[in-house]
Design a protein around this ligand. Structure first.
Ligand SMILES: [Zn+2]
Length: 227
């Protein structure tokens, strides 16, 4: 699922034949798009058992509180992000200086400015359980991939060779190793990118922009070459 607001933000509903697992919750606070998708695949909101967050940025947290209220699903994040999700701490500020090239990034400048000024609060929601590298939730394995934020998580679905990379990689406005100004720790970020490339993903799903649906490993390796 996706919406243009929030920088072509995407969320992922995983159905492994039983319970539903949702990764991130889009920008809108009413969760309307996600609820529509759940019914479109013939499921009920009560079938949603796990809501997993890649990290605590506004574009990923919009529908969280609504979905938690309707489904009672367990909410998971990395420990470092949990108090931001709960509304007890604000996300790390980033620079308001426009990202270059401006002709590419003007489309997402409103999100950068919001993050720079600490504006655009999400409806807070407590986290029920924290995740660490190597944990399993639903059908996916947790990868701790710091850099974009300290507690950023990616998810690997080995049976389908699907990598859900969160904001560590973006395909909107173009294919790139994350939006530059948003990366809080470039050194950690490079390590995380190499680790993800080594998984040899076939499909690469990202937080902002459409997924790469085939041959993702080759494109990912060429993207991070020389970083
Ligand atoms: Zn982010």
């Amino acid at each position: 699922m996706s919406q243009s607001k929030g920088g072509h933000v995407h969320a992922f509903l995983l159905d492994d034949g039983g319970d539903l697992t949702l990764i991130d919750t889009l920008f809108d606070t009413d969760a309307g798009r996600i609820l529509a998708r759940i019914s479109a695949i013939g499921k009920r909101v009560e079938d949603l058992k796990h809501i997993v967050l890649t990290h605590a940025h506004r574009s990923q947290l919009g529908g969280l509180a609504t979905l938690k209220g309707l489904s009672g699903a367990r909410v998971y994040s990395h420990a470092w992000e949990a108090d931001i999700v709960a509304g007890e701490r604000v996300a790390q500020p980033i620079s308001p200086v426009p990202m270059r090239p401006v002709r590419t990034y003007w489309r997402v400048y409103y999100l950068q400015l919001g993050a720079a000024l600490g504006r655009g609060k999400h409806p807070p929601c407590p986290v029920d359980a924290t995740l660490e590298d190597g944990d399993r939730v639903g059908p996916v394995t947790v990868l701790h991939t710091p850099g974009h934020t300290p507690g950023h998580l990616a998810f690997w679905w080995p049976a389908r060779k699907v990598l859900i990379a969160g904001d560590a990689i973006a395909t909107y406005p173009e294919f790139e190793p994350g939006w530059p100004v948003f990366t809080l720790n470039p050194t950690q970020h490079r390590v995380s990118l190499r680790r993800m490339a080594e998984l040899d993903p076939e499909v690469l799903a990202v937080g902002h922009g459409d997924p790469l649906t085939a041959g993702a490993a080759v494109r990912l390796r060429s993207l991070i070459e020389g970083l």
